[in-house]
Each structure stands twice: as structure tokens, then as C-alpha cells.
Design a protein around this ligand. Structure first.
Ligand SMILES: Nc1ncnc2c1ncn2[C@@H]1O[C@H](COP(=O)(O)OP(=O)(O)OP(=O)(O)O)[C@@H](O)[C@H]1O
Length: 242
């Protein structure tokens, strides 16, 4: 089932073209990752999808009653402000305790509800943001560099959690990531963006495309090698992360 269809989308900001003729569909149950250099329009595309920015041309068609969950790139909380995880999860709208506990469990953060937000590790904090995005059981989960600042193991764990969320909810996942190695293992489809979409397809196809190689240089080889390695040996994700 198609969750989202983007047709001929252009975004200009202050008269400057940022996104050019984007065409993209997202299906239920698939994990799609957008990669691209800094300033290539990844966040702008996500903002257009969640509706916080109006496209200059083109259209975004959402399936009826589509519920979106959004995990932001970062969120600044005043570290001097005492606030439990449970209270944070109830902002801006109060939530039932059972719903909070279920979302925390789905995000791999069970048992953290009474902990203070300012005492969480980076990885735990990102899981709380994920849990908050899961409160309404979204059809489409959107993440903007949600693993920024996590160490390699933290990144791998986070992506494994996302796979389990996808399995449990059957939702689609659309994310932006700079972690090419993990992306190549964890995505069904990769979209390579540089103002326009320069290539798109399975991780294997994208990693071997000249446009992707030109953009990411030698990183491409490593990412591709890891991807191949994973598939030829069925290696566990935890081993890949170490
Ligand atoms: N509100 C804005 N006002 C002016 N320019 C903007 C605005 N938002 C984005 N841009 C410009 O649009 C371009 C794309 O930005 P965007 O944040 O979408 O890139 P990105 O691919 O997400 O980058 P990064 O990988 O660094 O996060 C940049 O040149 C940025 O300066």
C-alpha cells in the first residue's frame, strides 16, 4: 500500500532552488533512507513531507488518514529543568501511562519512564524521541539524522530497534542518514539526493552507481564491501558494529 506519493516537487527558498523535480513514493513496511552531502536538501524534503514547509511546485499526496511520527535531528531541553521521561512523553498532549509504557517498550526504552530527562545518555535520549514519535502508532515514521552523536554500537542498536518497530507496527520508515555503512545494511531502498534525486534503488544498486560514487568517494567502497559482506556471510548486525 502506498503511503505517500511525491510528484514533480520543487522547493525554492528566497528565490533559490533547493529541491528540483522530486518524484518519490513510500510504501507501507519499507525502510527508505535519503543520503546526500550537507546542504543537498534532505531536511528540506522531510519538512515538505511533514507539512512544515510549502512546496513551490508539485504535490505530495498522502494516503487517507495517514498518521506521521517524526523524530527530529536534535532537541534542546534546558538541562536545569527537572522533567521525567514520562512527563516529557506527555507534552504537548497528556497521554495514558499504558500508552507511554508501550511506546517506550517499542523504542527499546522500557523502564526509563521515571528517569530524569537530563540524566539520559545520548542513545537513551534518542530512544525517548523515537518513543514519542511512536505514541500515535504512526503509519509512516520520519527520522532526520536521529543517530547523530551516537557511537558506532549506539547507531547499530538504534537501527536494529527501528527494524523491530517496522516489524511490529508494519509502518513505513523514511529517514535521513549520514551513516552510509549502516544505511547500506538497514534500508530496503536508498535515495541519493543532491538538490535533485541523482540515483535511487536497492542499497546494492545505489552503492554501485556512478552518481553515488562521485558524491561519496572512497566511503562508497567501504559501504559496499560491508553490505556485500553482510549478505554473503549472514553476519549478525552486532558483529558489524564492532
Ligand atoms: N529556512 C531557510 N532559509 C534559507 N535557506 C535555507 C532554509 N532552509 C534550508 N535552507 C538552505 O537550503 C539548502 C538545503 O538545506 P537542508 O537543511 O535541507 O540540507 P541537508 O541536506 O539537510 O543538509 P545537512 O546534511 O547539512 O543537514 C541549504 O543551502 C540551506 O542553507
Amino acid at each position: 500500500m502506498t503511503l505517500l506519493t511525491i510528484e514533480h516537487l520543487d522547493v525554492d527558498i528566497d528565490g533559490r532552488p533547493i529541491l528540483d523535480n522530486i518524484q518519490l513514493t513510500i510504501e507501507r513496511g519499507e525502510i527508505v533512507t535519503i543520503v546526500g552531502p550537507n546542504g543537498s536538501g534532505k531536511t528540506t524534503l522531510l519538512r515538505a513531507i511533514i507539512g512544515s514547509l510549502t512546496p513551490s511546485r508539485g504535490r505530495i499526496a498522502r494516503s487517507s488518514e495517514l498518521v506521521l511520527g517524526y523524530v527530529p535531528q536534535r532537541l534542546h531541553l534546558d538541562p536545569t529543568l527537572p522533567m521525567t521521561v514520562s512527563r516529557f512523553m506527555g507534552l504537548p498532549r497528556r497521554q495514558h501511562a499504558e500508552r507511554i509504557d508501550q511506546a517506550l517498550e517499542r523504542a527499546g526504552a522500557a523502564g526509563l519512564s521515571q528517569q530524569q530527562m537530563n540524566s539520559l545518555s545520548g542513545g537513551q535520549f534518542q530512544r525517548i524521541l523515537l518513543a514519542r514519535a511512536l505514541l500515535e502508532s504512526p503509519d509512516l515514521l520520519i527520522l532526520d539524522e536521529a543517530t547523530q552523536g551516537l557511537d558506532q554500537r549506539g547507531v547499530a542498536d538504534f537501527y536494529r530497534q527501528l527494524e523491530s518497530v517496522r516489524r511490529e507496527l508494519g509502518c513505513g520508515v523514511l529517514m535521513v542518514s549520514h551513516e552510509l555503512h549502516v544505511v547500506m545494511r538497514a534500508s530496503d531502498r536508498v535515495v541519493c539526493l543532491n538538490g535533485a534525486i541523482c540515483c535511487e534503488g536497492t542499497p546494492e544498486r545505489v552503492a554501485s552507481s556512478p552518481a553515488y560514487r562521485a558524491m561519496f568517494g572512497h566511503d562508497t567502497q567501504d559501504a559496499f564491501a560491508l553490505y556485500r559482506h553482510d549478505h554473503s556471510h549472514q553476519q549478525a548486525p552486532a558483529e558489524l558494529a564492532s
